[in-house]
Write a protein that binds this ligand. Structure first.
Ligand code: UDX
Length: 433
């Protein structure tokens, strides 16, 4: 089967490499010449565990290639995936669909024979209809079907998520297209990942509803964490207590500094815009977005409160800047609001992140970056753990104690036991316990 991926960003590269690994003949296309030539030379422009090896292996086997030349790549394909960006449009929070529309036009010009055009990018309800309209008007003679097939990949675990998904959602009522999609995902259905077939609009909305629900779960437990702090309860016990109820489920109940990343913040906003357009208010998601937004700065204030005195001119060390571990992604990271709140109060922020410093430099000013967590702690009033990278789970606590000036650790990811820190005479502040 011949597959072409338009857009060699995060989703396009991971999906393209995985489809190639299933044995499909796969071409990844991008307009960015520098990116494509890097990929042709075996360099992978994003940070994702296992991806470089997967790409190298499949490129070597001749099943995966990269090009800027969209026309021939589309003409050969049985399936063309649109995996271009859908950023929040500046000003109004709507998903910006200009890249999707441009891709649809380019695809239309080159389709040859029956072609399944799949939107993999996260797109608002009704975008499939628009893609269909664009292709139809550009190529009235074209033989094609437009399918929605949202991705549910988590950064840092994307290959695993692609190869062992809970389900695959395919939105189409075209029997020919469905047969092609079943074939593309056949190795997964053999592994017992169900393919859920539904109409296109439901598939498009499934992605937004899924992300909004997960964002709600996180925000819910974060607010319960605040209540636990006030009432003397422990959110980890409460999360376990409710999570063992199968109707609730134990995932996504870790209290922390709020959700960030490339999906939840953008997709919840886009869902609210759709809700507005269709006059179907989403009061719950609206509350989730506001609560999460407030939380980031509140976590900065929590660190200041833990210090308990004026932080002007004092060093505060932040460990972890990315929105979660195993990524270099800083998009909408809670660390941004936390660091800025500390800086607004006059603190000097020293920071260490295993992979995110380079991207952090672009969004955070006046932070002093270190290559080593202990060097970052030297003479600090307090240490704040903001992202739960594995290397922060096993810090040499005696060394931490010897470096810190103020004996305070604020663990915004609840990765330590209170006793093991307090034993060393360090004050320990966590989230919701
Ligand atoms: C998410 C979805 O999981 C994925 O299905 C979708 O396609 C894209 O968005 P991702 O953004 O990579 O993936 O990260 P995820 O692991 O879901 O975490 C998102 C944010 O929520 C992070 O900031 C994380 O720290 C936070 N989080 C997650 C919590 O605070 N508590 C939790 O229990 C889980």
């Amino acid at each position: 089967m011949k597959i072409t991926m338009i857009g060699s960003g995060y989703v396009g590269l991971v999906s393209g490499a995985c489809f190639a690994d299933f044995g499909h003949d796969t071409v990844c296309v991008d307009l960015d010449e520098a990116k494509i030539s890097a990929l042709q030379n075996g360099q992978v422009p994003i940070y994702e565990p296992g991806l470089a090896d997967l790409i190298a292996r499949n490129a070597k086997a001749g099943r995966l290639s990269f090009t800027t030349d969209l026309g021939p790549a589309v003409a050969r394909a049985d399936i063309v995936f649109i995996a271009v960006g859908t950023p929040s449009r500046r000003g109004d929070g709507h998903a910006d669909l200009s890249f999707v529309a441009a891709a649809a036009e380019d695809i239309a010009r080159s389709i040859d024979g029956f072609t399944v055009v799949v939107t993999k990018s996260t797109v608002p309800v009704g975008t499939g209809d628009e893609v269909e309209r664009i292709i139809q008007s550009t190529r009235p003679d074209g033989d094609f079907a437009v399918v929605s097939n949202p991705e549910f990949l988590r950064e840092g675990a994307a290959i695993e998520d692609f190869k062992r998904p809970d389900r695959i959602v395919v939105g189409s009522e075209d029997e020919r297209a469905l047969a092609v999609m079943r074939e593309a995902y056949r190795p997964l259905s053999l592994n017992k990942s169900p393919i859920l077939e539904m109409d296109r609009r439901s598939a498009e909305l499934t992605k937004y509803a899924g992300n909004a629900f997960l964002a709600t779960k996180i925000t819910f437990i974060n607010e319960i964490a605040d209540l636990c702090e006030k009432t003397g309860a422990n959110v980890q016990h409460v999360a376990r207590g409710i999570g063992m109820d199968n109707r609730i489920g134990n995932k996504f109940l870790h209290a922390g500094p709020g959700y960030g990343g490339s999906c939840f913040p953008k997709d919840t906003l886009a869902l609210l815009k759709t809700a507005q357009d269709f006059e179907a208010p989403q009061d719950i998601v609206d509350a989730v977005v506001r609560s999460n937004e407030k939380r980031k700065r509140a976590m900065g204030r929590k660190v200041i409160q833990a210090i308990g005195h004026d932080v002007r001119g004092k060093i505060v060390t932040v460990l972890g800047l990315t929105f979660k571990p195993n990524t270099d992604d800083m998009r909408d990271s809670p660390a941004i609001g936390i660091v800025q709140t500390l800086q607004d109060a006059g603190a000097v922020v020293h920071a260490y992140d295993p992979a995110g410093a380079e991207n952090a430099r672009e969004v955070l000013e006046d932070v002093v970056y270190f290559d080593d967590p202990y060097a970052a702690m030297e003479e600090a009033e307090a240490l704040a753990i903001v992202t739960e990278w594995d290397e922060f789970r096993a810090l040499d606590l005696a060394k931490v104690q010897s470096k810190l000036k103020g004996m305070i650790v604020v663990d915004l990811r609840n990765i330590y036991d209170r006793e093991e820190i307090e034993m060393l005479g360090i004050k320990y502040v966590a989230v919701g316990r």
